[in-house]
Design a binder for this molecule. Structure first.
Ligand SMILES: [Zn+2]
Length: 331
């Protein structure tokens, strides 16, 4: 139901768009959430302060991503300030983020070390619950936390939207873990599920990365160093780009809203599934598809007139889709 409403609002926005907007290339938007900040320092061990390290990694990650064509970066904070946990997800929703990445550092009484990535879910293991409780603890310091977190303080279930996004969240988390091992040379603490308040309000694939343990003297030193932060940021950037290129599906792929007539440009037909950001589309956005008898027909753009659609077709041909043609769609 919620998804339907969101889609409907989305389509209304799309349909009111002029041809100029239809030609605007759509970005892949990354929302970066440096954990803690301001009056909430996060965990502190060996003289290392979580909120400072998460911010440093976040800014380095954002810088790497912003260099890439077609990527927009937003942050929950870019300096040392307090941002309520419940406000962070809605900030990402408002900017239409494609992914939400929350950055943290872990701590433990043992000499544990390594990086792990969490997606929202039930606490399957007590260990995961402990991490979630530690990261959720910040909400108790916030004003009005009782009304803001009604029902969230115990077990956190999945919203319908998060349920839909779970596969993609897990895929993104898996890429992050691969990169944490390959690029940042961290011990693999795997992809896990737990009830993180900060992930609860988001409507896009979302992960929380525990980049390492400040309580481990060696890892703390690594995370606190410029070089260490650089390599963690590089690992996360690689994972996000891989996700965008290979997996990201966005709602534009669904096509025009029912009952509306639009003109669009058919690019090609195939039995293969491509993400809307796949290189096969040569940067054309928005793209979408229709499936019939196992064959997917991929389209580019939506226009309200034949003339406007012809402009789109010219652009598609220039990009190398020599056989592209205009179609009138009514659904
Ligand atoms: Zn944290």
């Amino acid at each position: 139901m919620i998804k339907t409403i969101i889609k409907t609002v989305f389509y209304l926005c799309m349909l009111s768009a002029s041809i100029l907007q239809a030609q605007t290339e759509q970005n892949f938007t990354v929302f970066i959430d440096p954990g803690h900040g301001g009056k909430d320092p996060g965990n502190m061990h060996n003289g290392y302060v979580e909120k400072k390290i998460t911010l440093a990694i976040a800014l380095k990650l954002g810088k790497l991503l912003a260099k890439e064509e077609g990527i927009t970066v937003h942050y929950s904070r870019k300096d040392d300030r307090s941002v309520n946990l419940y406000a962070r997800g809605p900030m990402a929703n408002r900017v239409g983020a494609d992914v939400f990445v929350s950055i943290h550092c872990d701590a433990h009484t043992s000499s544990a070390y390594g990086a792990g990535t969490f997606v929202l879910g039930l606490h399957r293991a007590d260990k995961n619950l402990a991490v979630a409780q530690r990261e959720n603890a910040a909400m108790y310091q916030e004003d009005n936390y009782q009304s803001n977190y009604q029902g969230l303080t115990n077990v956190i279930g999945l919203s319908a939207i998060q349920e839909e996004n779970l596969d993609q969240s897990i895929k993104l988390a898996a890429y992050v873990q691969q990169e944490m091992v390959a690029t940042a040379k961290r011990r693999d603490r795997l992809v896990k599920q737990a009830g993180f308040v900060v992930l609860y309000e988001t409507i896009m694939p979302s992960i929380l990365v525990e980049t390492g343990f400040l309580s481990n003297a060696n890892e703390g030193e690594f995370l606190n160093s410029d070089k260490g932060q650089e390599s963690i940021a590089k690992a996360m950037a690689n994972a996000i780009l891989k996700y965008r290129d290979e997996f990201a599906m966005n709602s534009l792929m669904i096509g025009p809203a029912p009952g509306k007539e639009v003109f669009s440009v058919q690019l090609f037909a195939t039995d293969k599934t491509h993400s809307s950001t796949a290189s096969v589309f040569k940067g054309l956005k928005p793209v979408w598809y229709e499936e019939k008898d196992g064959l997917k027909r991929y389209f580019y753009g939506e226009a309200t007139s034949q003339a406007s659609a012809n402009d789109l077709k010219i652009r598609a041909v220039q990009k190398g889709f020599k056989d592209a043609f205009v179609v009138k769609k009514m659904r």
